[in-house]
Ligand binder design. Structure first.
Ligand code: FAD
Length: 291
């Protein structure tokens, strides 16, 4: 099932993101958490590739399990930074053999270790090259790409970022998922600019429910996202109480989703981070809106 065939136009639909385990011993608990999320029957689930503390080894196992046993369409993430064409092509073939035809094509982060390593064996510099390879192997793959309402941290300016984004879409991305953001106006502004630049594919906003105060610094560091005063006040007030912070963070994310839908956005991706309770609460908060 191609994700682009599932995107709704008139009603709100939610998808959830999970990440694979970091160690072999964590596999069973992560598998169970992802199954609990699958039971909520989101429109699709994405499984990251080595992001959020997970390794790349289990991405496909988790994605396959969700698809085969819970019949939830899956999106397998794949990164190309520091890889050779041979290993990446083998991964793409593995994904195809698993019956998954949705791939999120990413470069991957340039960690400090990678920044300082020998790049002579690297075959990829940017995600656009991965998009081209996936489409060359099988034009039928539905390929997604990442986009950044607040600009990718390495970009000199937004115009340059959007120019490269257009190149990525033209290479074969059928949809784009955004980096997390905490102020919807930043997304609306971004949408206006990319539409003006001729990018017409569906944009799926990514919403991260911040459910504990420690997550805040990490989220900002990873994404460079702007924290509106409204959100900072909430962390100041509730950050010391885990239960209150969780409730407030879920309410904030719910509110963002309602505002997105009220402004015409129908498909929203939730960075549910292997937390079935958080995914379930957001879904139940929206039960009458989801219909
Ligand atoms: P690119 O599209 O290559 O862009 C990276 C930078 O290079 C940008 O500044 C861009 O403007 C610039 N650029 C692009 N093309 C060119 C070009 N041709 N010439 C010069 N400059 C160019 N990371 C993981 O490790 N695993 C995951 O599963 C994962 N999932 C993610 C999901 C989403 C929705 C998002 C938003 C991010 C995810 N990431 C993941 C993080 C991602 O790998 C990083 O943000 C990474 O730094 C950039 O990846 P990209 O695919 O956007 O790269």
């Amino acid at each position: 099932m191609k994700l682009t065939d599932l995107f709704t136009k008139d009603r709100l639909s939610l998808s959830f993101e999970v990440f694979p385990p970091k160690t072999d011993t964590a596999f069973d608990s992560v598998k169970t958490a992802t199954e609990e999320i699958a039971k909520l029957l989101p429109s699709f689930m994405s499984v990251t590739y080595g992001a959020g503390g997970g390794t790349s080894r289990y991405t496909l196992d988790i994605a396959k399990n969700i698809k085969e046993h819970y019949h939830v369409p899956t999106l397998a993430h794949l990164t190309c930074v520091s890889s050779t064409k041979q290993t990446v092509r083998a991964k793409i073939e593995e994904i195809r053999a698993a019956g998954i035809n949705n791939i999120m094509a990413l470069r991957g982060d340039l960690t400090p270790e990678l920044e300082n390593s020998d790049r002579s064996s690297w075959d990829y510099r940017h995600a656009v090259e991965l998009v081209r390879d996936i489409k060359e192997i099988d034009p039928d793959f539905c390929v997604g790409g990442a986009c950044y309402p607040e600009i990718h941290p390495e970009s000199a300016n937004q115009a340059e970022d959007i120019r490269y984004l257009k190149e990525k879409v033209d290479a074969g991305c059928s949809f784009l998922t955004t980096q997390m953001f905490f102020d919807n106006n930043l997304l609306y502004n971004f949408l206006y600019k990319i539409r003006e630049a001729g990018i017409t594919v569906p944009i799926i906003p990514g919403i991260m429910p911040i459910t504990n105060a420690n997550q805040v610094d990490r989220a900002i560091k990873l994404s460079g996202s702007f924290m509106p005063q409204r959100f900072k006040s909430l962390v100041d007030k509730f950050g010391h109480s885990p239960a209150a912070m969780k409730q407030a963070g879920i309410a904030y994310a719910t509110d963002q989703i309602i505002d997105l839908f009220a402004n015409g956005i129908t498909n929203v991706h939730v960075y549910s981070m292997n937390k079935p309770d958080v995914a379930a609460k957001i879904q139940s908060n929206l039960s009458d809106i989801l219909g």
